[in-house]
Design a protein around this ligand. Structure first.
Ligand SMILES: [Zn+2]
Length: 106
């Protein structure tokens, strides 16, 4: 990993903003499901965690899978094609989402 330039840092920070939004979304969905009896294993439509804050894409994955990915702070989940080669590389491809690893440190 190399140190991020100011523009790379901004891109990574955008992804971190989307990740924290997704964390709150996951928790909220978990609460609602607890109240309504919907299975916790149903996929949640998380926001795409790409570096474009205007992106309104959604990726469907279970909360368990989401937590598993984010146990590593360098990993983010995006729609295929939304990765930005200047800050990350695709490390895993699933049905409708890809997992990327940051190649810069912020
Ligand atoms: Zn996106």
């Amino acid at each position: 990993m190399s140190d991020a330039s100011p523009s790379q840092r901004r891109l990574v920070e955008n992804e971190q903003i989307m990740e924290s939004l997704n964390r709150r979304l996951g928790e909220r969905v978990g609460e609602i499901r607890g109240e309504t009896g919907v299975s916790a294993s149903e996929p949640v439509r998380f926001f795409c965690e790409c570096s474009d804050l205007e992106c309104r894409g959604r990726v469907a994955l279970t909360r368990e899978r989401f937590e598993e990915i984010h146990r590593d702070p360098a990993l983010f989940v995006l729609l295929p094609g939304h990765e930005n080669a200047s800050i990350e590389i695709v490390v895993d491809t699933w049905g409708d989402h890809v997992v990327v690893r940051k190649t810069v440190t912020v």
